[in-house]
Design a binder for this molecule. Structure first.
Ligand code: PGA
Length: 245
């Protein structure tokens, strides 16, 4: 069987019920090959609308979840179990916008990833260096450290995904070179132990992926998929990215 390819769309804090209906409507008509796994990550309020895509090849995921397993008095939090009940298959944890804006630590990201796995979700653990960190020449070390400290200890390699997203490439139009992407994916892969199933952990690339560069990025060694932000909000662009998988 062909290696799975992951084409994931992170909507961030964008969208209305109407735009979500039209975007998911367009995406559910697509019939990518079985090994191409397509998922969208809408804001929580649009999960129900996006969830109407159930039965199609389009999966849904949350953009974040609480580290807490049990329900309780945690105002503003959404548990992984709640996401699962809402029809999610995946959840992003440790996106750089959460690490930066909400000061999320590796330790917290790890607890969220573990909570997600326990609830039956596949966490997409996001890592990536800032521009200053790359300029310092310590980017491989820094990302390796993030990976080692954010990985769920109880998990097998096939229970989570990793997304490498250089912070300086997110929403900027600047894309890492193929050589840089390959170097980082190789570094990350070298840190991952194989699970009981022997399955390799898939590593996605993210940061200014669009229809015009998706095919090239997906051809890079060690790239199993892409996490797309801005371009996933446009049906034509995202459909073209899916078609390049
Ligand atoms: P971008 O965002 O594609 O808009 O750069 C990617 C992401 O943040 O996941």
């Amino acid at each position: 069987m062909a290696q799975p390819r992951f084409i994931f769309g992170n909507w961030k804090m964008y969208g209305t019920q109407a735009s979500a209906a039209s975007l998911t409507g367009a995406l559910t008509k697509l019939t990518p090959p079985e090994h191409v796994k397509v998922a969208i990550f809408p804001p929580f309020t649009l999960l129900a609308e996006a969830g109407k895509a159930k039965g199609s090849r389009l999966a849904i995921g949350g953009q974040d979840c609480s580290e807490r397993r049990a329900e309780g008095a945690y105002t503003g939090e959404i548990s992984a179990a709640m996401l699962k009940e809402a029809g999610c298959a995946y959840v992003l944890v440790g996106h750089s916008e959460r690490r930066q804006i909400h000061q999320e630590s590796n330790a917290l990201v790890k607890r969220k990833a573990e909570a997600a796995i326990e609830a039956g979700l596949v966490p997409v653990i996001c890592v990536g260096e800032s521009a200053e960190q790359r300029q310092s020449g310590k980017h491989l070390e820094i990302v390796a450290n993030q990976v080692q400290q954010s990985l769920p200890s109880l998990a097998h390699s096939d229970k989570f995904l990793i997304a490498y997203e250089p912070v300086w490439a997110i929403g900027t139009g600047a894309v890492a070179t193929l050589a840089d992407i390959e170097e980082m994916h190789k570094t990350i892969a070298s840190l991952l132990t194989y699970g009981t199933s022997g399955a390799r952990t898939a590593i996605l690339y993210g940061g200014s992926v669009k229809a015009a560069n998706a095919r090239e990025i997906l051809s890079a060694a060690g790239v199993d998929g892409v996490l797309v932000g801005g371009a996933s909000l446009k049906a034509d662009e995202f459909s073209a990215i899916i078609a390049s998988a």
